[in-house]
Design a protein around this ligand. Sequence first.
Ligand code: GLA
Length: 386
Amino acid sequence: MNEEIIKDIREKFRKRFKEEPTLFRSPGRVNIIGEHTDYNNGFVLPAAIDKAVYIGIAKRQDDNILLYSEEFYEEHTCTLATVERTEKVWPNYILGVVDQLLKRGYKIGGFNLNIEGDVPIGSGLSSSAAVECATAFALNEIFELGIEKMELAFIGQKAEHEFARVMCGIMDQFASVFGKKDHVIRLDCQSMEYEYEPLKLDGYKILLLNTNVKHSLASTEYNTRRQQCESGVDLVKAHHPEVNTLRDVTLQMLDQYVADINPLVYKRCKYVVEENERLLAACEDLKKGDIQAMGEKMYRSHDGLSKEYEVSCKELDFLVAAVRNNPDVLGARMMVGGFGGCTIIIVKEGAIKELIDKLSIAYKNEMNLDLTPYIAETDDGSSRIV
Ligand code: GLA
């Protein structure tokens, strides 16, 4: 927990709204392996991390909603009857959740809310899902709505679709709500069944290197990839009506029904089918404590994302290539959506400083950009702060 932010947000809430807030937090996430699989009904292996969004909140007697971002020094106000998408970006993640609650018939009143956090924005660590989940979790508690955790995650995802207009899968919101310290979560995005897997890294750490780029392609290409996967499913479905998503598709079906007709769609689908297999094998590695084997699969995941799914970029590829033959590094790959954001690297604890120093110089020389490193510790999901 970031005690500094907790203190700050509490004091600022008291000053602004002249009352005592209840505080909540919801974390960002990493994903060890299983990328672009969630919206294809596949598997993901995320963990919540020790970087979170914090909110202070209190019920009002009327229907007004008063929001204040301590990060952007900006306020936003509306009423329960006038909740709508705004041109300002940050309120949408909060209002999108309010909108979902109202649409689902939950009874809430007005409220005062302030927000602050230490999930770096735009780095692929899911600050947006953290805001959505913190809001959903808090409103559920203060208005005693009795919503189950899984529905809170779906509410967050729907808010992202409708107010942020990003057609994301369920991974980010799920991880933010369900995270557990020292564990990764294997989630089956078809059945929504999940299993906590202890993350025993024995002297290794999760290092994130933020490329500090976010290519504008990101959201359009994300939606294009979704469509390409659906096209692949349609081609197979013509021969196998029981197939509904890539989860039901085998490599053999792709070879038979997609390869010759649409080589591009074939490449995309092949990556997804193989990534699911890799993830399941990586879970076995983790169970056996063979993190070396897991790391190797992370490199192969990167290769698939870069060459077949084509969602990487030169900055991400550079960083992965730069650690590939380093004996202190077990595995590395680009993480989440792609076209920028972070690489995730499993590195020996004692070698981190030297690696960061070396890579920062190399990255600056090659890309003329700074590198921002974070060491990610796993953490618990959404909670009330007492
Ligand atoms: C983004 C989305 C997730 C997931 C990843 C790719 O983070 O929000 O739902 O699709 O990209 O794995």
